[in-house]
Design a protein. Structure first.
Length: 141
């Protein structure tokens, strides 16, 4: 398998959104098109695209705000799951964040998503003893 990374480009939009839909990442309160547009204004080089033979099979929307790194929209096309692609894209996210001096990487996972929680635990991620609070500033609905 010829797997490689590159940063997102505008022509990827439809394929990326389709991948996210296949992976169950699209929810009504997060408009994927708006999320892509927003990411293009902040560290667009950290919007990772994973390719096999020029086919988009994985994504990770990575960011660093000076205190912590974050990964959102980690997705691997279902037929490529359980082949180490998710691990590879997370390793690339970690490598790029380390290069920026990022001391810690955070991920947020819905507490009902047991499979994804197990995936991150296998990669060495631990549950922090925190309460995650959020406030919607702009409605995507």
């Amino acid at each position: 398998m010829n797997f490689q990374f590159r940063s997102y480009c505008e022509s990827d939009k439809e394929d990326v959104i389709q991948l996210w839909e296949e992976c169950g990442l699209v929810v009504p309160w997060n408009n994927p098109q708006l999320d892509i547009e927003r990411k293009q204004t902040v560290q667009p080089e950290l919007f990772l695209i994973g390719l096999v033979n020029d086919e988009i099979i994985a994504t990770a929307m990575v960011g660093y705000e000076g205190h912590r790194g974050w990964v959102n929209y980690l997705a691997v096309k279902p037929k490529f799951q359980r082949q180490g692609i998710g691990k590879l894209i997370m390793e690339e996210a970690e490598r790029r964040l380390l290069k920026l001096g990022c001391p810690k990487l955070q991920v947020q996972i819905r507490n009902t998503n047991d499979g994804v929680i197990k995936f991150y635990r296998k990669l060495g991620y631990l549950q922090d003893e925190v309460v995650n609070l959020g406030k919607r500033l702009i409605s995507d609905e």
